[in-house]
Ligand binder design. Structure first.
Ligand code: BDR
Ligand code: CA
Length: 319
C-alpha cells in the first residue's frame, strides 16, 4: 500500500487524478494539500473540499500557498480558458463548501505527516512546487524521510506548453521547482514528454461514466470544458497530465526513465525550462554538478496507462 499526499491545484485533470488515487486499491490517500495555479488558492482549496464531499474522501485537505516562493515574481493570470472560471470546468461549484480544512498550512501538514511515517510517504505533486519547497526550507530533514516524490511538470526533450521553453506547473514557480529537483530525495518527473501522448478520448470518458455511476458522471461533467479546449491540440479528447503521475506510483513499469541531475531555469526568456544532465553524458564543470540524480520519464505505454485509469475510475473504492 502506498501512503500518498496529493499536492494539487484542482483543476480539471487534477480532479481526475484525485478520483484515481481515491479509488485505486493500492493507494492510501492520507492527505490533500492545495496550491494555487489553475485558479487562486481560495478556489483550488474550495474545489478540493467540494470533491472531498462529493466523492466521500476521508483524507484531510490542508490549504497551501497562494503566491510563489519568491513573492516579488509577477502574478500571471489564471488559465480560465482551460479549467473554467471555477477551476472545475464551469459546472457551477457552490461558493462555499460546508467542510473545514486541516488547521495546519500545507507545508506543515507535509512535514508532520512525513515525520509521523518515516520512509513511507510518497508525495505526488501536480501543481506548482511551492508547498514542497517551503516544507524543505522549514525542515530540510524531511528529504531523507520521504519515500518518493512524483511530479507532474516539465518538458525535457520537447517544447513547453505555456512558453516555447516551459511547462505550466514549473513556469508557475521556477525557484520552488529547482529547490525540489535538487534536494536529496528521490524524484520522478512525469512531464509533457509522456503526458501529451496520453489522451483520453470522449468515447473512453463516456464508457467510464456508463460503468462508473455518479462519481464518474461528475468527473465527466467537470472534464467536458477541458476536452473542448484540448480540441485545438489533439484530435479527440483530453490530455490526462496529472493522472499519469498517479499511475506512475502504482505501475512504474509502464514508464521509461532517464537518470541525471535536473535544474530549472529561473529568469530570462527560458524561465521555467527544465534541463536534465543525463548521467551518461560528460561535460566540463557546470551547475548540474554534485546534485542528486533524479529520474525523468522519457517513454510511456499510453494505452496501458489509459486502460488502468479507466478501470480505476469506473471501479468503486475499497471501504
Ligand atoms: C499542468 O498544468 C495544469 O494546468 C494541469 O493541471 C497540469 O498539472 C499541465 O501543464
Ligand atoms: Ca494540476
Amino acid at each position: 500500500m502506498h501512503k500518498v499526499i496529493f499536492d494539487t491545484d484542482p483543476g480539471v485533470d487534477d480532479a481526475m487524478a484525485l478520483l484515481f488515487l481515491h479509488h485505486h486499491p493500492d493507494i492510501d490517500l492520507i492527505g490533500i494539500t492545495t496550491i494555487f495555479g489553475n485558479a487562486s488558492i481560495e478556489t483550488t482549496t474550495r474545489n478540493a473540499l467540494y470533491l472531498k464531499r462529493k466523492w466521500d474522501i476521508a483524507a484531510p485537505v490542508a490549504r497551501g500557498l497562494g503566491e510563489t516562493l519568491d513573492p516579488t515574481r509577477p502574478h500571471v493570470g489564471w488559465p480560465t480558458s482551460i479549467h473554467g472560471d471555477d477551476g472545475l470546468g464551469n459546472i457551477g461549484v457552490p461558493e462555499t463548501v460546508d467542510l473545514s480544512c486541516d488547521p495546519r498550512p500545507a507545508h506543515r501538514f507535509i512535514i508532520d505527516t512525513v515525520r509521523a511515517h518515516p520512509g513511507e510517504v510518497t508525495l505526488v505533486a501536480v501543481g506548482r512546487m511551492t508547498n514542497l519547497a517551503l516544507a524543505l526550507r522549514d525542515d530540510p530533514g524531511i528529504a531523507a524521510l520521504v519515500k518518493n516524490v512524483v511530479i507532474m511538470g516539465g518538458a525535457f526533450d520537447m517544447r513547453g506548453n505555456i512558453t516555447p521553453a516551459a511547462e505550466a506547473n514549473i513556469h508557475g514557480d521556477p525557484e520552488a521547482a529547482d529547490a525540489v529537483m535538487t534536494a536529496p530525495w528521490p524524484v520522478v518527473v512525469v512531464g509533457l514528454d509522456v503526458t501529451e501522448q496520453t489522451v483520453m478520448t470522449r468515447a473512453r470518458l463516456a464508457a467510464i461514466v456508463a460503468a462508473g455511476g455518479e462519481r464518474a458522471k461528475l468527473l465527466s461533467d467537470i472534464s467536458l470544458f477541458y476536452v473542448d479546449f484540448y480540441e485545438q491540440h489533439v484530435e479527440d479528447g483530453m490530455v490526462v497530465h496529472d493522472s499519469c503521475a498517479c499511475v506512475y506510483v502504482v505501475a512504474p513499469h509502464l514508464f521509461t526513465l532517464r537518470s541525471g541531475a535536473i535544474r530549472v531555469v529561473c529568469g530570462g526568456i527560458a524561465d521555467g525550462q527544465t534541463i536534465q544532465k543525463a548521467d551518461d553524458h560528460q561535460f566540463p564543470p557546470s551547475a548540474w554538478d554534485d546534485l542528486p540524480s533524479q529520474n525523468v520519464c522519457t517513454g510511456i505505454d499510453a494505452e496501458a496507462v489509459l486502460d488502468l485509469i479507466s478501470q480505476t475510475l469506473a471501479s468503486q473504492p475499497v471501504a
